[in-house]
Design a protein around this ligand. Structure first.
Ligand code: CA
Length: 140
């Protein structure tokens, strides 16, 4: 079962996402600011989450860009789907620069978010399988 972390301070949105992701069979945790996100995602060698849905606009010292940047700097390469403000291409570019794997402008369609999340998780699975396969191969 895939475990997803939602980083979003808007309560109704976080709750709605959690409800829908759980209905899809995911296990879900939510945190509401950047500091809390970093706390549960670091150290990088602990793979507690299979993917992160990360809002750009977060309260406190760390917004979504800062979180993504710090994760990558620390070697935490969990797939990140970033939620950006609609009509702000500079947000999208900054998001990718910071290390996001994909983005979705707000407000988003739930079906699209689910599809993008699935695609991130699928890619992660492939990578893991390749890695595992090559480990087996080298040990024979
Ligand atoms: Ca927000």
């Amino acid at each position: 079962m895939s475990v997803v972390l939602i980083v979003e301070d808007e309560r109704h949105l976080a709750d709605g996402l959690r409800f829908n992701l759980e209905a899809e069979g995911y296990r879900v945790d939510t945190v509401s600011d950047g500091e809390a996100a970093l706390q549960v995602l670091l150290p990088a060698n602990e793979e507690r989450y299979d993917a992160v849905v990360l809002d750009v606009m977060l309260p406190g010292a760390k917004d979504g860009f800062a979180v993504a940047h710090e994760l990558r700097q620390a070697g935490q390469f969990v797939p990140v789907l970033m939620l950006t403000a609609r009509g702000r291409p500079e947000d999208v570019l900054r998001g990718f620069e910071a290390g996001a794997d994909d983005y979705l402008p707000k407000p988003f369609e739930l079906r699209i978010l689910l599809a993008r999340l699935r695609s991130l998780l699928r890619r992660r699975e492939w990578t893991h399988r390749d890695h595992f396969g090559s480990l087996i191969g080298s040990s024979v």
